[in-house]
Ligand binder design. Structure first.
Ligand SMILES: Cc1ncc(COP(=O)(O)O)c(C=O)c1O
Length: 467
């Protein structure tokens, strides 16, 4: 452990990380300014709303953020978990690091003291600050970021809002999760589009990037308008090669008119907060993720990132309180104009103490460092996978290669049910889960708040599980 004031990749100081974050925020500060009438729910007077002057209005956290060295003990100390349990459960539901807990408390106390004035002062500025923080973290245009309540609500809004017609098709896979399949099924009932599912591999551990890309490209037809995929499968832990798929798709789209271009839409939740990627490096058109899993953000928060040129292919489902001009358009009875990330953000009053504390969740990740978090997660997941792969009584389901895996480690203990294994782990005070799919695998999901000792303890319990 280094005693220097450094965390993250060698040579990258905390100061430079924070400066980078600040630069990104400033550069991303141009969330559009448009007139809105004062005094309406969800709107505020534009002249009194500094956000509309394009300033960075994120309320500075009163807490000094300091990560002493590349010190995973310090990182771990930021959580208030019950440490008598080994939580290998980052893929499920977050508990928050201190800076996020404190931000939630600060906002909650202020809302309890005077809900209306605190709301009026902060509603739009702090939501836009969260969009800018999300955009900066994920290399995305903040104007094209929508805030949601979860991965599920984001995916529902994306596929419900997809502009697609009878005779056109969405291509998805048998490996995707319930929320993608069900959102597509519900949308297809209304828009008459076809949803087709294909299989990309028989065994995730034997899958290869050329095979996955080849099967997807081979299944695209003249009618295909969307590829609906999942970044990291929550059944087997396979990480889809989104970048390679996006590159191959460019060739398919080269000769197509814009409205017939095949969009790459991704449920990104199990890569978001884990992998050192951006919208640019992934190359997808839309990525939805909850912030209350691997990002360890406030419960009940999520984001959707759009490539700006994909936004016209979607329309909002829920009226926005955030979009400048939305109320004027309603009062003036005219169309509010082109689609934006703000318009895709559902309105209504919310648990704003959670929405606003998203800023600190991104701040925490930036401070620890995306590359450091990705490397630490990979190191712990690899340690677990290697140990399990050497146990003859365990069938590892997740690829070992980090190019095809992230933080989810899936496996079976032949002869025992997945639920039975999870119960046995719980009796040893280890939290894992069984995948809610037709074929149920056990999942342990180390993250950057875990230790080698956590992983080794799980390995030890699993070594003895059949006794
Ligand atoms: C792939 C995938 N997408 C979405 C979800 C649901 O996420 P959220 O709770 O953020 O809606 C899960 C499960 O938790 C999942 O495994």
């Amino acid at each position: 452990m280094s005693g220097s004031n450094e965390i993250g990749p060698p040579g990258l100081s905390r100061r430079s990380l924070l400066a980078g974050a600040g630069l990104g925020l400033a550069a991303a500060g141009a969330v559009a300014a448009q007139e809105v009438p004062p005094g309406l729910p969800g709107d505020g007077p534009p002249e009194s709303d500094p956000d509309f002057a394009g300033q960075d209005t994120a309320a500075p956290s009163p807490e000094p953020v300091a990560a002493p060295g590349q010190n995973w003990d310090w990182v771990r100390s930021q959580w208030a978990l019950d440490w008598s349990w080994v939580n290998l459960s980052a893929m499920l539901f977050a508990s928050n690091p201190r800076i996020v807990r404190n931000a939630i408390t600060r906002h909650r106390e202020a809302l309890d003291a005077n809900p209306v004035t605190y709301l009026e002062a902060n509603q739009r500025p702090l939501q836009n600050a969260a969009r800018r923080a999300a955009g900066q973290y994920f290399g995305a245009d903040p104007e094209a970021v929508a805030l949601t309540e979860s991965t599920t609500s984001g995916i529902g809004l994306v596929y419900n809002g997809l502009i697609i017609g009878y005779g056109e098709e969405v291509l998805t896979t048998t490996h995707d999760y319930y929320v993608t399949h069900e959102s597509l099924r519900l949308a297809a009932q209304r828009n008459g589009a076809t949803v087709r599912r294909i299989s990309l591999f028989d065994q995730a551990r034997e899958a290869s990037i050329p095979q996955i890309v080849g099967r997807l490209m081979g299944a695209i037809t003249e009618r295909t308008r969307v590829l609906a995929l999942t970044w990291v499968h929550s059944s087997t832990g396979l990480k889809m090669p989104i970048g390679a798929i996006a590159r191959a798709l460019r060739g398919v789209n080269a000769g197509r008119e814009p409205h017939k271009r095949v969009l790459l839409c991704v449920d990104g939740v199990h890569g978001f907060g884990v992998e050192d990627e951006t919208m640019e490096t992934l190359g997808c058109d839309v990525l939805a993720a909850g912030c209350h899993k691997w990002l360890f953000g406030p419960r009940g928060t999520g984001v959707v990132f759009f490539r700006p040129d994909a936004l016209p292919r979607f329309s909002p489902t829920i009226p926005s309180f955030l979009a400048p001009g939305a109320y004027s358009a309603w009062l003036g009875n005219y169309d509010p104009g082109p689609n934006t990330g703000a318009r895709m953000t559902p309105g209504g009053f919310k648990a704003f103490e959670h929405v606003w504390a998203l800023n600190e969740a991104f701040q925490f990740h930036n401070m620890v460092g995306k590359a450091a978090i990705a490397a630490r997660t990979r190191q712990l997941a690899s340690r677990l996978k290697l140990a399990l792969s050497q146990m003859p009584h365990i069938a590892l389901r997740t690829p070992i290669d980090p190019a095809l895996s992230a933080g989810i480690v899936s496996f079976d203990v032949p002869g025992l049910s997945a639920d039975g294994v999870v119960r046995r782990l719980r009796s040893a005070r280890i939290i894992g889960s069984a995948a809610p799919y037709l074929t149920r695998h056990v999942r342990l999901t180390p993250s950057f708040r875990n230790t080698e000792a956590d992983v080794d303890f799980a390995v030890q319990v699993l070594a003895d599980i059949r006794r």
